[in-house]
Ligand binder design. Structure first.
Ligand code: PRT
Ligand code: ZN
Length: 286
């Protein structure tokens, strides 16, 4: 069926909520009751497959699903033929090497001849090869962090986010080997019709993401500082300036990028801006 695109998303886990929120923020309506494996949107030509994240790269490579949302770690580890369409900015984490806290760590050479437990043997092997380290990889599918304490391995290579799992298991992170976030992937040969639907979806995702990265700023400025205040605002284009009812004052409206946000506010205040309001932007098309 070329008039609909099929997306694979994680059924339940760390990626599910953010994946589905993103789709909803794109204005796409669908029902995903518990236990459902498939669902079709009511107002956009998209069908959902709810799967384990491990299966998503394979389904997309085989064309069972046209696109999918998965962690880069899983995508690289599975090593399937898929295209990365877009980084999505959520489920950020890293894959790191960790050793018992009590052990002294000098450098990567400490892993020479060591045994390392991991669920990511491919990514780890590539890293070790690149650094000319010969180590013994033990592939295990879960609870990797207990491997050193039960004598299964000298070290582990696992996903780290806050670091608290490592700490609770008496381990310390010594080398980060891979950075990951959720990505939108696609089948390598989408039909023109499906490619068009993907473009429409991407247009919406970009609008949602750009909106999140920017804030709408409103402030009052005395007219004699107006020029300086306007020069401090790095806007999309030039800001909107409206006269206030009070003589000698203007209202300035502009869009400011979140990265520079506090710095801009501080400078504006110093230049005499008052009544500064910051409003979230739901969607932004540039
Ligand atoms: O059932 P299914 O196979 O679908 O899910 P899963 O259990 O294999 O994966 P899931 O839901 O745990 O994670 C999905 C994806 O989320 C991963 O592939 C990563 O891309 C991303 N992600 C982000 C994480 C984490 N953060 C994370 N903290 N995946 C796993 N963890 C685990 C990690 O394995 C370790 O046990 O959390 C622990 C470490 O967390 P901190 O915060 O204590 O450091
Ligand atoms: Zn999984």
């Amino acid at each position: 069926m070329d008039n609909i695109i099929r997306i694979a998303v994680q059924k339940s886990g760390r990626l599910s909520d953010d994946s589905l929120s993103l789709i909803k923020e794109c204005g796409i309506k669908f029902y995903n009751g518990t236990g459902k494996l498939k669902s079709t949107a009511t107002n956009f030509p998209i069908e959902f497959l709810f799967l384990r994240d491990d299966d998503i790269p394979g389904y997309v490579a085989d064309g069972v699903a046209d696109i999918g949302i998965v962690g880069e770690n899983e995508m690289v580890e599975k090593d399937k033929q898929v295209t990365v369409v877009k980084k999505l900015g959520f489920s950020k984490c890293r894959l790191s090497l960790a050793i018992p806290k009590s052990k002294h760590y000098q450098n990567l050479q400490d892993f020479q001849g060591a045994s390392i437990a991991t669920s990511y043997p491919k990514i780890l092997q590539q890293f070790l090869d690149k650094n000319k380290i010969k180590a013994d990889i033990h592939e295990i599918s879960g609870s990797v962090e207990i491997a050193p304490s039960i004598g299964l391995a000298d070290a582990i290579c696992d996903i780290v986010s806050s670091g608290s799992t490592l700490m609770m298991n008496g381990l310390k992170e010594v080398e980060e080997i891979f950075k990951s976030e959720a990505v939108l992937i696609s089948h390598q040969n989408l039909s023109t019709e499906k490619q068009d639907i993907l473009e429409r979806l991407l247009f919406r995702i970009n609008a949602v993401q750009t909106g999140k990265n920017n804030k709408y700023l409103l402030l009052n400025a005395p007219n004699d500082s107006l020029q300086e205040i306007v020069s401090l605002i790095p806007g999309m284009k030039s800001p909107t300036i409206l006269p206030l009812a009070e003589e000698g004052w203007s209202s300035v409206h502009a869009v400011v990028n979140e990265d520079r946000f506090w710095e801009v506010i501080e400078n504006l205040r110093a230049a005499g801006a008052q009544g500064i309001l910051v409003v979230p932007i739901e969607k932004m098309v540039i």
